[in-house]
Write a protein that binds this ligand. Structure first.
Ligand code: NAD
Length: 392
């Protein structure tokens, strides 16, 4: 009888699991259903560009129908309301319930607010194409308003969190600001573009030399860094920092961290800080018929520290799960997950970037790093046969 495989989420992990499992199972051997809340596969490593308005939505949000064409994958556009791994049931927002022989959980992560009062209600986030469009429209509107009101808060843009998301976003905004200022006839120097980081430095995953390069490059384009200063409270448009200073900004984007999707903690899967624990085959440690990919899983590296939740690890996990689903359902030998780290690439706007590349972390900066970032995107798109998005 045909096996039922259900994949929750069509981010990097879910899409790669779906595409890869089809290499091992024909349509008559297994039915593959992918559930996703949006009809697109979103290249979230490029969202900062959409938020700043220098790329079109079609370039980074690829229609799933197109990606799955001819692959015999059933696509369900709905939100997962809940799932129970003990009952082997998935409840969707369209009131349907799915059952499965094997389940893949690839539901990504959510923004973490760390219980900071007023933060969630008074900030925007950058987790989806919709979020990115919202940020873009919001900044446009505030700059347009500033031209009329000269209210300094309208020209104040604050990014909370100096990890890769915050820094890449601030770099794109810095690059686009001169054009936007011109559009509304304001002096670009009136715009206060700031980034606040709790830790002593931005981009702590990179070596000091590259951190300095990033900071200098962005400061030269008008970004002001406030480091060693956690956001402690937000009240309307007033953002309070640990030293007591209050920043009034009508644009505040929070990129201060991510946490597991709460559905995972509620599903009955064994979890570690909200992310599902998995064995070397990426199988849940508590439920053998469930595989977990990407930010939804926690996978411990050689030094017993969890790998950070990145696109490249999600991609590799999804691909391995594609095979291990087959191994599980057909009683074949499993393959173990071995993460191949190709490095970390941080864009600093359109013309600058910093990166560490390969297993020996070779540092790169400037044009070579920018080109690597582009190449990494093209490589991924080519892998999923999504190069059509580059036409936009
Ligand atoms: P992150 O957790 O890596 O960074 C969040 C930053 O916010 C940290 O530096 C933290 O110190 C700071 N912060 C936390 N609380 C704060 C507070 N109260 N006030 C001010 N600052 C505060 O989150 P991220 O940047 O969204 O990245 C999430 C994951 O995605 C990471 O694993 C990252 O490597 C990955 N990522 C990778 C890329 C890339 O490879 N180019 C891009 C984006 C994200």
């Amino acid at each position: 009888m045909s096996k039922q495989i259900v994949i929750l989420g069509a981010g990097y992990g879910g899409v790669l699991a779906a595409l890869n499992v089809r290499k091992y199972f024909s349509q008559s051997e297994a039915k593959v259903t992918v559930v996703n809340q949006y009809p697109t596969h979103q290249i979230i490593t490029e969202l900062h560009r959409l938020a700043a308005g220098n790329v079109s939505e079609q370039a980074i949000a690829l229609p799933l129908e197109k990606l799955f064409k001819g692959k015999d994958i059933d696509l369900k556009i709905a939100k997962v309301e809940s799932f129970s791994v003990d009952n082997k049931e998935v409840k969707l927002s369209d009131n349907t319930t799915l059952t499965y022989d094997a389940l893949v959980v690839a539901l990504g992560s959510q923004t973490a607010y760390f219980g900071i009062p007023g933060l969630e209600e008074n900030s925007m986030v950058l987790k989806s194409a919709d979020d990115a469009n919202k940020i873009f429209n919001h900044i446009n509107e505030k700059i347009r308003k500033y031209a009329e009101t000269k209210d300094e808060a309208d020209a104040a843009i604050l990014i909370g969190g100096g990890g890769l998301t915050g820094v890449e976003l601030v770099g794109e905004i810095a690059d686009e600001m001169p054009k936007l200022a011109k559009k509304y006839g304001i002096n670009p120097e009136d715009v206060k573009l700031m980034l606040v980081e709790a830790g002593p430095k931005i981009l702590p995953v990179l070596p000091d030399e590259l951190i300095e390069r990033a900071q200098t490059s962005l400061e030269a384009r008008g970004v002001k860094f406030l480091t060693g200063l956690p956001v402690t409270k937000v009240n309307g448009n007033v953002i309070e920092l640990k030293d007591g200073q209050k920043i009034k900004a009508n644009t505040f984007v929070w990129t201060g961290g991510v946490q597991g999707n709460p559905l995972i903690g509620e599903s009955g899967l064994e979890v570690n800080r909200g992310r599902a624990t998995v064995n070397e085959y990426l199988q849940s440690t508590s439920h053998k018929d469930v595989f977990v990919a990407g930010d939804s899983a926690v996978f411990f590296g050689p030094n017993d520290r969890p790998y950070p939740p990145t696109a490249q690890i999600a991609w590799q996990m999804g691909e391995l799960i594609g095979y291990n689903l087959y191994a599980y359902l057909e009683n074949k030998a499993f393959e173990s997950f071995k993460f191949v780290n190709s490095g970390t690439l941080a864009s600093l706007g359109r013309k600058d970037a910093v990166a560490i590349i390969g297993g020996n972390s070779t540092p790169l900066k400037g044009l070579p790093a920018s080109l690597m970032k582009e190449a990494s995107n093209v490589r991924y798109l080519s892998h999923i046969k999504g190069l059509f998005s580059l036409a936009y």
